[in-house]
Design a binder for this molecule. Structure first.
Ligand code: PLP
Length: 319
């Protein structure tokens, strides 16, 4: 049941556990408990993945601090950090397959990175003096639990696999330590960066099917990655074998890749990832020269693998 109250009566003249929605609400806490269990820490929900990123860096850092950001991480994360530069937060990019640069105050990893699908060196990051965040949106806790690899925080755009149906916009931070959880929870309550009960309830519903969804999606992704590697129109396939996100470069650059995205019929030509229906798009339209011009990002859903391959190979034949 979704409790949409913004207030709950005091008990015997004193506030109970729930008293004002900005601080906590039952649907939010139920989803947080389920996600915390999956990731092995204490979860906090936010109204989007980007809201989770914003809240985390504002709660942890102050003007003059520097974030070491994994090169090729979700491009929106770098754009957001750039926007926060006006408030004195700096960021530098580094190759996450090696050690983060010295003298930085927060390490930001992404596993696997979107859309270049690199994996971080967790050992090198954990050896760094600064706290470590791992955006594990694409892996989900089914394939990766960053806190078990020495990270202090796991971060999710729950809009993706955790929500899983392209109908929820949510984010989450899972904290390894109680004091970090308390600090972030306090900041969330003060700043009001709070997820709604309806979205939280949808997340609880989706988490019940997370494991079966993403295992099946990953199985299909592995199969299609193998077939794409054999296709003459495809140059490079990136699939680290973790989750259901992959990317490939179409021979012939952006014009050829654009023909692929406009030729698919079963797979939607749309942004985002992680849902039960497959989507693909060229990424240079958003990211410019950060990615190869022929790069297509493909998020595999729950459709039949043969039907997906028929659609994809027919589209490649058009390129
Ligand atoms: N992190 C990753 C890896 C993403 O792919 C995205 C969105 O595409 C985000 C964070 C931001 O999440 P949201 O769109 O829910 O704000």
């Amino acid at each position: 049941m979704i409790d949409r109250s913004t207030i709950w009566p005091y008990e015997g003249g004193e506030p109970g556990h729930f008293y004002y929605r900005r601080y906590a609400h039952p649907s939010g806490e139920a989803a947080e408990e389920a996600l915390g269990e999956l990731d092995g820490g204490r979860a906090l929900l936010f109204p989007s993945g980007s809201a989770a990123i914003t809240a985390l860096v504002l709660a942890l850092l102050e003007p003059g601090k520097t974030i070491a950001l994994a090169e090729g991480a979700y491009y929106g994360t770098g754009v957001l950090f750039q926007a926060l530069a006006r408030w004195g937060l700096r960021h530098v990019e580094f190759d996450q397959t090696g050690a983060p640069p010295d003298g930085t105050d927060l390490v930001w990893l992404e596993a696997p990175s979107n859309p270049l699908l690199t994996m971080p060196d967790f050992e090198a990051a954990a050896a760094h003096a600064a706290p470590v965040v791992c955006d594990s949106t694409a892996a989900t806790p089914v394939f990766l639990r960053p806190l078990e690899h020495g990270c202090d925080f796991a971060l999710h755009s729950a809009t993706k696999y955790l929500g899983g149906h392209h109908d929820v916009l949510l984010g989450a931070v899972v904290c390894a330590r109680d004091e970090d959880y308390e600090r972030l929870r306090e900041f969330r309550g003060r700043s009001g960066i709070v997820a709604s009960p309806d979205e939280a309830w949808l997340l609880s519903r989706s988490l019940k099917t997370l494991e079966v969804r993403v295992r099946r999606q990953a199985e299909t992704a592995r199969e299609l990655a193998g077939r794409l590697r054999e296709h003459p129109k495809v140059e490079t396939v990136r699939y680290p074998g973790l989750g259901a996100l992959l990317s490939f470069d179409v021979r012939g650059g952006s014009a050829a890749a654009h023909r692929v995205e406009t030729s698919v019929r079963l797979i939607a030509n749309a942004t985002s990832l992680g849902g039960v229906s497959s989507v693909l798009e060229t990424r240079s339209r958003w990211e410019g020269e950060r990615v190869p011009p022929g790069l297509v990002r493909l998020s595999i859903g729950l459709e039949d693998a043969e039907a997906l391959w028929n659609d994809l190979s027919a589209a490649l034949d058009q390129s």
